[in-house]
Ligand binder design. Structure first.
Ligand code: ADP
Ligand code: MG
Length: 264
């Protein structure tokens, strides 16, 4: 036994090391064959390593909170084509370095879906980074002031999937938009980006304070891209309604969405 634990240590099979006694006991009980036991043992080591990797990548991703596709109620948001989400969940878009843009008013689940796709990517071994547009721009601007913008661009260029949340809440200066454009150029056809926005494409010129830059940014982003235009009611409002804060849902809700300032 001393020899075995020593070997497992040298082979860095820590998970098998921890569970060896239990595995042997089980194998004896179930009267497993040699191959079956070996399979169980290696499976144990592999699962342990996989889980550790997922946990590490989840930490690195810096999600503000974690939700999954399974936790998303598609019945509540009929404007979302489930087939498209199923297709995206297969992560072909990450392999092909394509982008995803989630558009829609506040509360319709843009961030939820972006995070859920990020979690899927992490489970298949991809590196993911989540940033609000605001913190992305702040960090790029600070990096430039400190003469290390190249290194910061490299760091944001690295993740296989970058999620940029909440484009459109704050306008950018032309300088900031220029830095953002440099980042997208760097990632173009090399890695995937998911962007969420409460503004439609026609209003992006306003966000970037420059129509030419906005067009160049959209050109890069949309070249290989799946766009989801979510039209519906805020899920947060629905929960508040249920709690009786706004009274019953009025008829013809979809034609008369709640004013935006009520939704946060
Ligand atoms: P958005 O980013 O579009 O403003 P969020 O993704 O932050 O909206 O969603 C607001 C909250 O409501 C989150 O807690 C999210 O998990 C939840 N939510 C939104 N839509 C759904 C849905 N269809 N099913 C389940 N939860 C939802
Ligand atoms: Mg959001």
């Amino acid at each position: 036994a001393m020899q075995l634990t020593g070997l497992l240590e040298k082979l860095k099979m820590e998970h098998l090391g921890y569970q060896l006694d239990a595995l042997c006991e089980q194998a004896a009980k179930k009267d497993l064959g040699y191959r079956e036991f070996l399979l169980d043992a290696l499976q144990t080591e592999w699962s342990g390593r996989h889980l550790k990797g997922v946990e590490a990548r989840l930490k690195l991703a810096r999600f503000p909170w974690v939700k999954t596709i399974e936790q998303f109620d598609f019945g509540f948001q009929p404007s979302i084509d489930r087939k498209v989400i199923r297709e995206l969940s297969g992560l072909g878009f990450v392999d092909r370095c394509e982008n995803v843009i989630l558009l829609g008013p506040p509360g319709v689940g843009k961030t939820h879906l972006a995070i859920a796709l990020g979690v899927k990517a992490i489970e298949t071994g991809q590196s993911v980074l989540f940033l609000s547009l605001e913190s992305l721009v702040t960090r790029l601007t600070r990096a430039r002031a400190e003469n290390r913008v190249e290194r910061q661009l490299q760091q944001f260029g690295y993740p296989k999937l970058l999620i940029i949340d909440e484009m459109g809440y704050l306008p950018m200066s032309r300088d900031e938009a220029g830095l953002f454009f440099r980042l997208l150029t760097r990632r173009y056809e090399k890695a995937s980006t998911i962007i969420t926005s409460n503004k439609g494409f026609v209003d992006w010129g306003e966000i970037f304070n420059d129509q030419v830059l906005a067009t160049a940014i959209l050109d890069r982003l949309l070249h290989h891209c799946t766009t989801l235009n979510i039209k519906g009611e805020s899920y947060r409002l629905k929960e508040k309604r249920k709690a009786g804060m706004f009274g019953p849902s009025p008829k013809g809700d979809e034609e008369h969405p709640e004013p935006e300032n009520l939704s946060e």
